[in-house]
Design a protein around this ligand. Sequence first.
Ligand code: IFM
Length: 442
Amino acid sequence: MAQANLLFPRGFLWGCATAAHQVEGQNTNNNWWAWEQQPGRIINGEKSGKACDWWGGRWREDFDRAAEANQNAHRLSIEWSRVQPAPDRWDESALDYYREMLQGLAERGMTPMVTLHHFSEPLWLTERGSWEAPEVAELFNRFVEKIVEALGEYVNLWVTINEPNVMLTSAYFMDDFPPGKNDFGPAFRVAENFTKAHAMAYHTIHRLQVSARVGIALNYRSFTPARSWSPLDRWAANLLGSSFNHMFPDALQIGRLRFIALSKSIPQAKGTQDFLGINYYSRDQVAFNLLKPGELFARRFYLPDAELSPTGFIANVPEGMFEALKWGLKFNVPLIITENGVEDADDHLRPRYLIQHLHQVWRAVNFNFPVKGYFHWTLVDNFEWERGWSQRFGLWELDVETQARRKRPSVDLYSEICRENTISSDLVARYAPEILPKIFPD
Ligand code: IFM
């Protein structure tokens, strides 16, 4: 076969995404640390502990790893509970530390993308009612203002809230995330507060920084009716799509939040996304099930012949990436893949998963979709929330006890793509020959 290259646009952002609580370690003053101490909350009773020890300084070696692997960008989050340990106290030394990290990225020639809320919150906020508290948007805004004033000189790509849809579902419908309520009741109020908090933060960031680009990172899940001929399966898949995927970005586009039969005007949210961050991992088959009202009458499953990650958490469905980007077009803003990856300790599936998903991103770019970057989840194995350390998403393997890192083969694969801004047939032949005819048909 002749040599061929799939080229990405010049200036494309290539990096990894991380989140404070998952990598820093010793985040003892937030809701997740408290949650980890409760029996039965985390698989095998595992704890974040030192995580990847970034707060102990190991971000330096990990940033070196990323830079040496030709990544030109990195997405990280700021831990609210470190910067504002009590409602009336700012910790300037924590801000200095984040400043050092951001300088560290700049010195390595990497563009930062900063997330202001990635699942964890200060304990004092939890005590005041967390995202149900009427004043939460205001409180978040004070934190955002502080961060932009302190760190804005290093950052102009901001994600206000990571995966508000996952937080809502996992905390209010599935009992996986704190506060573990399993209760429709407060869920709409929380969704409303996320939307208001994002909108307020958007306006604050723009007031302080003219050049800022602000958006959310949305977890896009592909939902396919299990039986395409079944109106009920189609109805259930649509309901899931409109609640899980559409609710938040729609609200930021039109200034109205809609969830099932509920609807609320939030005019200040209208037009508050400069880009849409898309976290794409997998696709579900959806069958209508009357016995599952709490799951919006949907039974979700993977196809029996799906290629699954080791714990069965992710099915490899690259076409869903294209679907997500195509869907994202309706918002008329640039699109950034803010997360994509697979748990795979032995790196058997990851090379193929990575190439196949990037191939779909490349397809989208070739249809002129405005895709500006790709952040792989994640750099080094990290603490995976209620799944603890049982899932290994890192390009680098982590020994949690010794903190030793070991390169997985996907490091070099991704590094070559980042360096060349290209997926070459030669690279596919070396790392995943079985998919070569599909990616480069004769
Ligand atoms: O680890 C998470 C991340 O915090 C949010 N998106 C999905 C990832 C993989 O589970």
